[in-house]
Design a protein around this ligand. Structure first.
Ligand code: V0D
Length: 243
């Protein structure tokens, strides 16, 4: 039994290249296999009534990879959507994106924009892809947008607080993640959702993303269900001891 299902799950889908290298096949084959994991994890998320899923698909640092690998990765959204968009729509999925879309190739943006537009009325799982996303860039982007509004007199400086500021982030209107999962063995944030993860529970696994199964996903959900979240306060037992 899995109870206390997180409302918003963020995932760093790491280990695709290494998965392929271990098999002596090209790295792009690992990315392709990673797409299958996305499909299976989305199905599981729908089954367990997760409200929001945010997947780290392409970071601002990923441009440093060899050009053929980057080109291949940036074709995946269109390929994915050509096959799965009808099924996602049938399941009421709403697609969103976070990151700086302007630097992405036209074919990537076009496929993504179509998916966003044609699912915007859906009320099922909100599925966000972080594309050309970097947490520090996101914060800078928000600061600049807010400074412009301050300058134009649209907001006043004494009304600026955490809530107000967070409206300028790419994640406007999204709840903060309850659970962050990172596959592939690394235990770091790699510039993902820096502001939004302030109170999020972290769960790490050595399993590489192409091998990340429903069973492993449920382990993360079960583990999360057992944790007590305090948001900087104390839990009831501690409160009783301290008083
Ligand atoms: C590569 C593992 C699906 C991570 C999964 C452009 C690395 C496979 C999408 C996708 C990627 C994005 C937007 C959308 C629909 C699907 C995707 C990228 C990488 C970065 F609307 N998989 N996938 N996007 N990989």
């Amino acid at each position: 039994m899995v109870d206390n299902i997180p409302e918003h799950i963020a995932i760093i889908m790491d280990g695709n290249g290494r998965w392929a290298e271990k098999r002596g096949i090209p790295r792009f084959a690992g990315h392709k296999e990673g797409v299958s994991t996305v499909v299976s994890i989305v199905k599981t998320a729908i089954k367990y009534k997760v409200r929001v899923l945010t997947l780290y698909a392409f970071s601002t640092e990923n441009w440093k990879r060899p050009k053929p690998e980057v080109d291949f990765i940036l074709k995946l959204p269109k390929e994915f959507l050509n096959i799965y968009l009808p099924e996602l729509k049938a399941n009421h999925v709403r697609i969103g994106a976070i990151g700086d879309m302007e630097k992405l190739p036209f074919h990537t943006r076009e496929a993504l924009q179509y998916a966003i537009d044609s699912t915007k009325e859906n009320d099922g799982l909100q599925m966000n892809f972080a594309l050309n996303y970097g947490g520090r860039d996101e914060i800078l982007h928000a600061v600049k947008a807010m400074a412009t509004d301050l300058n134009d007199g649209k907001i006043s400086i004494d009304k600026v607080d955490n809530k107000q500021f967070s409206k300028y982030l790419y994640t406007t209107d999204l709840p903060e993640p309850d659970l962050l999962i990172r596959t592939g063995g690394e235990k770091r944030l790699s510039n993902f959702l820096l502001w939004q993860l302030a109170y999020t529970e972290f769960w790490f696994t050595d399993v590489l993303w192409p091998d990340f199964s429903e069973k492993e996903f449920l382990r993360a959900l079960e583990d999360y269900g057992k944790r007590k979240r305090r948001y900087g306060g104390v839990d009831e037992l501690n409160e009783a001891i301290l008083s």
